[in-house]
Design a protein around this ligand. Sequence first.
Ligand code: FAD
Ligand code: DHB
Length: 390
Amino acid sequence: ETTPVAIIGAGPAGLLLSWALREAGIDSIVVENRSQDYVLARIRAGVLEQGSVEYLTRLGLGDRLKAEGMEHDGIYLQYGGQRHRINFNELIGRTVTVYGQQQVVKDLVAAHENAGSTIYYEAADVAVHDLESPTPSVTFVHAGEKHMVAADFVVGADGFHGICRASIPADEITLFDRSYPYAWLGILADVAPSTDELIYALHDDGFAMHSMRSPEVSRLYLQVDPSDDIARWSDERIWEALQTRLGVPGWTLTEGKITDKSITPMRSFVASTLAHGNLFLVGDAGHIVPPTGAKGLNSAISDVTQLAEALTAHYRQDDSLLGRYSETALARQWRVQQFSRWMTDMLHRSPGDRQADLFDYRSQVGQLDYVTHSPLAQRMLAEQYTGLQL
Ligand code: FAD
Ligand code: DHB
């Protein structure tokens, strides 16, 4: 078995790269260790940058996105019991669209199925070989049969815990990371959103956010301790905390049936290189951001945009983009890292002694006061939140 490009991982990054290559007339295969049902059921990110929407649309994946995605002109920043609107569209003429990662993946899976793409789900013992040679390969076991796929390129779209980044020799890669003393408890609830746009709130008790998935489904998050156990959070306790942290006078948070709840740890992470021989990394395999800036999925899409273009150029006898892929993707990623960390630090309460941390809290409020009142600071937020155009 041979293919030009062997892609490991059928998350949004892997499925989108395979689709973008197909649109450019380049064949690929995707190897995924989970089942298709599992991949489709994973609930994660919810906000698409304008550039992500444009890219998906350009690739013919925009129909349901246009019909069901909710375009938002801005967000609300809340602190000190007051809610402030930042209108990106008014500030810089750009918007974001609320459309779940789950929906993006669903559209990709359907498109691939229609096109008859080769995607091996539930592949076991996935391994990559000879990455430094002109003939790298991938081996795996699928439906009890051993496969050996020879390729020109192997792409690691296998997420943070995947095998591809780990296959780069330790002396050729440095891992930069930062952990946070908090995590997010996220819920999905069968209730109409109580807000027209996303609310990011800093409260004395900690961060809270109100997002959504559709006119009937709300998505909400609470800052919790990273060692906290979801079993300790009854539905009542979750709603009570959300009411406290999101409440402002004259506004009501409507509660509903919680259909999913989980706690996600937070980290910042960047690999020093996204390329090794004929292996390239895209998405979470190469970098992770804390979720506050809504950049995880968008970064994966940005990597794919660049790598698809570079691989397409390669098959037209131009290797210059491929040679620069790691450098250009990481240059954008470090800017995104900075933004995500900035948003995270601005909006989360440091744990521990409340009195001792009052300086931090007051200066966070000062920063939010600045951001919500300075037109320049608002433009800076708008430019980064709606997506850097690099
Ligand atoms: P993934 O979606 O992780 O896909 C990687 C794929 O590779 C998976 O399907 C995996 O099963 C597969 N794989 C792994 N190992 C192997 C192997 N050895 N062989 C074959 N296949 C393999 N971002 C936000 O912006 N907002 C959020 O609210 C948000 N919430 C999140 C919640 C959770 C629990 C997580 C984990 C992430 C969240 N993110 C969020 C981040 C965002 O979802 C990711 O940035 C995005 O999924 C990256 O896409 P990806 O395709 O690179 O990686
Ligand atoms: C969502 C997640 C985020 O991390 C964010 O910043 C905004 C929205 C969401 O899941 O809807």
